[in-house]
Write a protein of this length. Sequence first.
Length: 87
Amino acid sequence: MANIPSQEKRIHRAERERLENRRRTSQVKTWFRRLESAVGEGDGATADQEHRSLVSRIDRAVKSGALHRNNGARKKARAARIRSRLS
């Protein structure tokens, strides 16, 4: 453990930020599963809603820095491909 007070604070802050990033990336994965299940059931209205929500979650994760912007763009493109399977 650190002896310097500012370093100890930094360690605690890094842990909080790590957990926040994990929460955001986990939400993205959860909403991907929700989109895939809606498409699998063939429910167009629900799939549209889930797709909008997923894109919103991805954008929030990119904005906060939990995901790199290219990673976010790739995930949105993948979500659009999954959504288009229903059509």
